[in-house]
Design a protein around this ligand. Sequence first.
Ligand code: HEC
Length: 502
Amino acid sequence: MTRVFRLMLMLVFLGSAAYAMRGLFVAGETRSLHEHTSSALLAVSNIPPLLDYIPNYYQHVKPILEANCVTCHLENGIAPFKLTDAASAVEFSRSVYIATRDKRMPPWMPGGESPAFHNTRGLSGEEIAILANWSWSGAPLGKPENAKSAPSKDVPVSVRNDLQLEPGFNFAPNAQLSDEYRCFTLDPKFDTDRFVTGYDILPGNRKLVHHVLIYELPASMISQVTQREREENDARGGYTCFGGPRLSSSLPLLGAWVPGSSATKFPAGTAAKVRGGSRLLMQVHYNLFNGTGTDQTTLKLELGSAGTAFKTLQNFGPTAPVEIPCPSDYPDNLNDPCNRSAAYARVLALNNSGGNQRRRDGRILEQCRKNLQDYLTPRDRSEIKTSCDYPVPPVQLEIRGIAGHMHYLGKNIKVEINPDNPEKRKVLLEIPRWDFHWQGFYWLKTPVVVNPGDTVRISCTFDNSQTNQPYLNGEQQKPRYIVWGESTGEEMCLSFIQATIK
Ligand code: HEC
């Protein structure tokens, strides 16, 4: 909501600036006048440069939109409007300019010191300038006969379809909610251990599906899922699983889909192992912002042939303590939602993850050598920092891929190796502006080797001030003391790392 508000303010402000510049073009004014206008604006925002030609849709803009935008901005796509034809591009030209100038679009979250990842999204300075100049000039169409085209930069990866799995029924998310999270089980019917070398997740309804996570569900934990489904007793099928599968221990993550992603092929020579007798658990996040409907999401697996040796992808997930006090001073009253015990009572009442039990007794604070008091002492509550250092396992590892995870109060997240040693320090992931709705899994272009004795540090910053509170069911929440939990209102500071033994 605050984002929309900020966006509206910007539209109002820059809308008038763009209008002023368009006026200059129309009046045939010189460049120096424009520079005069833009230097006044530069103090508040990053205005792209004026080009020495007026770009038009068919020749200059269409290829940029085709290469960078239309995988999502298409009829019935995940984005709220299409950019696939001239009329829609013209209609949205001004917001296209603003969103690309501010680097909100195309969405790409890693930044700062992050290493090079595969399938990076982003526009060049020149492309941003073309969209800006086009919008300032009143979005001229140009001539269809001069039309240029460009292939999508989201390079499609293809994987073999050796095994196709789906829940077997259409699921109807609850139209009363803004978001619904559902877990479905899939049965690959593997008698023996098998290697998965790639996968493709195909949402049945791209209007609704905002992300999908696939976990391996070991045979020993299948009964817990059956239990969840029974407790929920919901004829729609599956069970509610905000944040994660909500079982007694965490499951190995096999794969993920987020809007705009194509199939995933694991790095050459590597594979994820699925043990014989395991099922797969598919968590789907439905976002009901663009309407309602039904969905059945399909998973396709590419399997390694029996007898081939693979380096097995192992995932581990460094976490940091979550102790987020209210902006006010710390209250002693046990019934006050800003009291820590009240927060733990709330999370336990939801009974929503084994993780909470592990973290409730403060063991994670101890493990990370943190002092609870440091989290409670009054300070700027819009910058609550937490971190934890872990020794890497006593083997040489190659880190291949990484994701970060927080909920709505997250501001930024960073994962680094040997943070305190300038010579051996390496950043694995940095997301400077966390956005809960844009989570991704990032594969490193070059694996990072870590050695026994190295340290991995995960750091997160949260903002628990009133203005940053999420809207749940249309209502902005009040700050509360927040602890580790998987439901909407609680928080996490977690990273998924995929690595192989070197
Ligand atoms: C990976 C999918 C994806 C790609 C690629 C993408 N968009 Fe979007 N876009 C979205 C979604 C989803 C929204 C809805 C708002 C949100 O969730 O951030 C959106 C919102 C927008 C908005 C309105 C809100 C805002 O932030 O201003 C504009 C304008 C926009 N996109 C333009 C573009 C342009 C231009 C490109 C290409 C240069 C692009 N988008 C590429 C998914 C995408």
